[in-house]
Design a protein around this ligand. Structure first.
Ligand code: NAD
Length: 370
């Protein structure tokens, strides 16, 4: 059987986006070669780079290519050079347009704190050590988009303002399905977060999650948790979580709270899926303060690439990438954002090659074992 080939659109963007994407591609090529599949890339401009070339942060021709690919990998967009631009001409509006066009209704943000990084966390090392969780946030519905919303004069003077939190069975079912599927690939425990003791919309959320669980995913462990308790538990004992699934507002807040556990923005990958084509990108921005200096941490982009391989069904290569990152960190390699006494300070490209060493080690070990 000939190996599978996947077409990937690369959108490195601006600032450190280009540096970390480059490392992610080198890592992907190694993992693909060792796992016997192929990746074909098409590199295109987005954000400031696309404004410079085409006077548009997301030209239609680029969007078309994204929609025809198997997956899209993005670096980061924006920077001081384009800060004077407004509205649809801003680099970030290209990214928002891309996310919308790809129809991604589920945003996936994993947070892992391996032993080697526990000391970098703002929380006590013993509280966070071993954390390995994934927040699945509904991205296109809920109170951020619900109608009616508005601001108007109030009868007794002053004003009144309102938003509507609304979810349909279909919207809940489809994001819960994505979350259950990822749970099946992980430690098989999922926590659905809501506020069903107060909000009617959360009662529907809970019913739909429950029904889907019973009908199709009853082999996975499901628990329900109120959002206030979830916020507390994330800080008190983040290790208890595997997958968390929740609506747009709660997910926005909880995923940022979870993001602080690891100690650097440079570690956090993300995926936006659910539409025809998945988008994979680090959580961080273009970091103009360190761009072009070889200081950027490529781990977030490399782990995003790993999520892309999981999404494409190349789970062994994805596991190899996660192992590569852990092994580089265990060996004491740290980019500037995480470097403390006793660590070996490495550049962006050196971190990439440390990770590739760990990937080769993973495949050697598994081949020997088989
Ligand atoms: P940022 O994420 O770029 O940087 C915040 C801080 O984190 C900086 O000190 C930076 O040096 C550090 N940092 C970020 N990524 C890092 C990495 N990989 N390794 C080491 N350190 C890293 O956020 P910001 O400074 O608020 O924004 C800078 C630009 O990026 C702005 O133009 C903003 O609009 C844009 N931005 C883009 C995205 C995106 O493309 N998804 C996200 C956030 C911000």
């Amino acid at each position: 059987m000939s190996p599978s080939t996947y077409s990937i659109v690369l959108l490195p963007g601006d600032g450190v986006g280009t540096e970390v994407t480059q490392e992610a591609v080198t890592v992907l090529n190694l993992a693909a070669g060792l796992a016997n599949f192929a990746l074909e890339y098409e590199e295109l401009p987005v954000g400031g780079a696309a404004i410079d070339l085409h006077k548009d942060p997301l030209p239609d021709s680029v969007l078309e290519r994204c929609l025809a690919a198997n997956a899209v990998m993005l670096g980061a967009v924006g920077g001081p050079r384009w800060d004077h631009l407004t509205g649809a001409m801003r680099p970030e509006s290209g990214l928002l347009k891309l996310r919308k066009a790809l129809g991604a209704f589920a945003n996936l943000r994993p947070v892992a704190v391996p032993d080697s990084l526990a000391d970098a966390s703002p929380l006590r090392a013993d509280a966070v050590r071993g954390t390995d969780l994934l927040v699945v946030r509904e991205l296109t519905g809920g109170i951020y988009f619900g109608e009616p919303k508005g601001r108007e004069p109030a009868e007794n003077g002053g004003e009144r303002a309102y938003n509507t939190m609304v979810y349909s069975t279909e919207e809940i079912d489809r994001v819960a399905r994505v979350a259950f599927e990822w749970t099946g690939k992980r430690r098989r425990k999922i926590t659905s977060v809501d506020k069903a003791n107060v909000l009617v919309v959360s009662q529907l959320w809970r019913d739909v999650v429950q029904q889907l669980h019973q009908a199709e995913f009853s082999d996975l462990e499901l628990q329900h948790m109120y959002v206030d308790n979830a916020a507390m538990q994330l800080v008190l004992n983040p290790r208890q979580f595997d997958v968390i699934v929740t609506g747009n507002l709660f997910g926005d807040i909880l995923s940022d709270a979870a993001a602080t556990l690891g100690g650097s923005l440079g570690l956090l990958p993300s995926a936006s899926v659910g539409g025809p084509v998945g988008l994979f990108e680090p959580v961080h921005g273009s970091a103009p303060d360190i761009a072009g200096q070889g200081k950027a941490n490529p781990v977030a982009a490399i782990l995003s690439a790993g999520m892309m391989l999981d999404y494409l069904g190349e789970t062994d290569a994805a596991a190899a990438i996660r192992h590569g990152v852990e092994s580089a960190l265990d060996a004491g390699a740290r980019t500037a954002d995480l470097c403390r006494e006793g660590h070996r300070r490495v550049s962006t490209t050196e971190m990439g090659s440390e990770i590739r060493r760990g990937i080769t080690e993973y495949f050697n070990r598994h081949r020997t074992a088989n």
